[in-house]
Design a protein around this ligand. Structure first.
Ligand code: NAP
Ligand code: MG
Length: 491
């Protein structure tokens, strides 16, 4: 029996209420303290500093995590260099592939545990961590494991050489998945790695370190240094790092390019986005509305490629906005571990404050705000799904990345007008188009400068498809053969 108090109360009585269906936490194993993972061993930080990783849904501390200083980063890079020179680059590629397959299988066996830890540490709904983050992370290891012994066929007529030590810095929105996107192609092509997870979500990377131990990967091939932005900066500046792979904000990405200028380090940057989602009057309207809801409220809008700008053809705008509002009312916000939850917790207090700042700016700039009336839990960091209308292209909410469950809506009359508006931001990561006409999908995907345009769907990922941005959304690609190319020198 479910206690009455666990049943979410909503202010709108017309909604059906579901009994709570929380995923159990009995099966997970977490230590109270995590050290740095260097040369195959958990190692205490030299300065003895630790920080708390908290659960953003209730503000409790989950574990203490080591903060890596300069000396620790040096140690990790040296371990990666030794492993690269003495072991990994010399190893028969098919043997390297076996280790990567082993990591993939071990993740797959522990999907449930990893999903729960991802949701506890980052606030995302368990449905997403269970069905998307962790299975896709395993899929990336499987995919790149397959390339390890086929590198001679990957780029016809060319052979590959690894680059060396890759310093990899990742954000908090898809913690294990971003680690997989970076580690799997690097290892498959013969490089070794020092990974810096985000400060607010380090736990699944540290659990991955346990898997790496279980897989018997030679010491030093993967090293994990937790800490804040300064740990990332030590890695960027380190003279023995041969390549930097960074996913995060455009602001930090720009500072990394400046730091690397004049050095011989290679780099790839996956940065921010402000995707346009476009609905034409001939689109299947209900399907499009569901797609829009998924594209922006999925993972609390903590998605670089989120469909954060919506352009609706004028003739259907009233119908679509009304349907969006009614669907928003039915979204369930609350406990990330509950299988009914659609919208989990905002990742951190800082991120919530940033979203709140943008809501205030939107209102100050004269736009009309609409928020669903869901009940906000008393503890933790939450933001009700929000949309803004009465916007123009010059509004800050149309131009800047919010990284929260906030949709800004404008209308358009012609295809040329909407293409001009969609292209009018500094970003170019992704976009979407909803229409009955294939010709419109082709035109939009050709004329909008974005790394991916989805047609009558959104947020679909696959390890074989390259992903990345134009303009201030970054340079280089991750995923597929293009992702592998970023970790090799061709000759
Ligand atoms: P962020 O603040 O740029 O941080 C990203 C990572 O860089 C974190 O590990 C961060 O450490 C570290 N870092 C901070 N300052 C640094 C510095 N000066 N040098 C080196 N490393 C530094 O971004 P975020 O807030 O975590 O993530 C959100 C952003 O990521 C959004 O803009 C989003 O669009 C983007 N993103 C892009 C993609 C893509 O594929 N294009 C995918 C996901 C996310 P701390 O955690 O300690 O600050
Ligand atoms: Mg956390």
């Amino acid at each position: 029996m479910v206690s009455k108090t666990n049943i979410r109360k909503k202010k709108v009585s017309t909604n059906w209420e579901y009994s709570a269906a929380p995923e159990s936490t009995d099966h997970i194993s977490l230590k109270s303290n995590y050290d740095l993972f260097i040369a195959g061993k958990f190692t205490k930080p030299k300065e003895g500093t630790y920080f708390n990783s908290i659960n953003p849904a209730n503000e409790t501390n989950i574990a203490k995590v080591a903060s890596a200083g300069k000396a620790d980063v040096n140690k990790a890079v040296s371990a990666a260099k030794v492993a690269y020179e003495n072991v990994w680059k010399k190893m028969d590629p098919s043997q390297r592939g076996k280790y990567i397959y082993r990591i993939a299988r071990l993740i797959q066996e522990r999907v449930r545990e990893f999903a729960v830890i991802e949701s506890l540490d980052g606030g995302k709904p368990i449905r997403e961590s269970r069905d998307i983050d962790i299975p896709l992370a395993a899929a990336h290891f499987f995919y790149y494991a397959g390339w390890a012994d086929k590198l001679d066929y990957a780029f016809p007529g060319r052979k590959t050489k690894p680059i060396g030590v890759a310093g990899q810095i990742i954000p908090w929105n898809f913690p294990l998945l971003m680690a997989a996107w970076k580690i799997a192609p690097a290892l498959a092509s013969g490089n070794t790695v020092v990974l810096k997870p985000a400060e607010t979500t380090p736990l699944t990377a540290l659990k991955l370190a346990e898997i790496i131990q279980d897989a018997d990967l030679p010491p030093g091939v993967v090293n994990i240094v937790t800490g804040d932005g300064s740990t990332g900066k030590y890695l960027v500046d380190h003279p023995k790092v041969d390549k930097i792979a960074f996913t995060g904000s455009t602001e930090v990405g720009k500072s990394i390019i400046q730091a690397l200028a004049g050095s011989s380090k290679k780099y790839t940057l996956e940065l921010g986005g402000k995707a346009a989602n476009i609905i034409f009057e001939d689109a299947p309207i209900d399907q499009a509305v569901e797609g829009i809801i998924n594209s922006i409220f999925f993972n609390q809008g903590h998605v670089c490629c989120a469909g954060s700008r919506l352009y609706v053809q004028e003739s259907v705008s009233k119908e679509i906005i009304s349907k969006l509002k009614s669907r928003m009312e039915n979204l369930i916000l609350g406990d990330p571990l509950d299988k009914n939850t659609d919208i989990g917790a905002i990742n951190s207090k800082t991120q919530l404050e940033k979203i709140q700042m943008y809501l205030d700016i939107g209102v100050d700039e004269g736009s009309t705000i609409y928020q669903s009336t869901c009940t906000i839990p008393k503890k933790g960091y939450w933001c009700a799904p929000t949309l803004f209308t009465d916007m123009s292209q010059s509004h800050r909410l149309v131009q800047e990345e919010i990284f929260g469950p906030v949709l800004v809506i404008q209308t358009f009359r012609t295809i040329d007008e909407v293409i001009a508006k969609a292209n009018n931001t500094p970003y170019g990561l992704s976009g979407g188009v909803w229409t009955d006409k294939g010709s419109k999908i082709f035109k939009i995907s050709k004329d909008i400068r974005a790394g991916v345009i989805w047609g009558n769907t959104f947020n679909k990922f696959d390890p074989t498809s390259p992903f990345g941005g134009y303009k201030e959304s970054g340079m280089g690609r991750e995923g597929g053969l293009e992702g592998l190319l970023q970790y090799v020198n061709l000759y």
